[in-house]
Design a protein around this ligand. Structure first.
Ligand SMILES: [Zn+2]
Length: 62
């Protein structure tokens, strides 16, 4: 967990995998594809600055 740079917009979000209903916490500005740890469904796709959420957002953690 040491790759995260500190910025004012840094957030962690909790996503629900649409495929297996696994809940997973991830960084809102992920710079690489985030996959579900359970079924490998893609949950977050980086799109040049702002990550696109593929999973269902449940909660924002601050
Ligand atoms: Zn899944």
């Amino acid at each position: 967990m040491k790759r995260i740079a500190v910025t004012t917009e840094s957030k962690f979000i909790k996503l629900l995998c649409r495929k297996c209903k696994n809940e997973q916490v991830t960084f809102s500005k992920a710079s690489s594809v985030v996959k579900c740890l359970n079924c490998e469904e893609v949950l977050v796709v980086p799109t040049g600055g702002k990550a696109e959420m593929k999973g269902k957002k449940i909660q924002t953690l601050t």
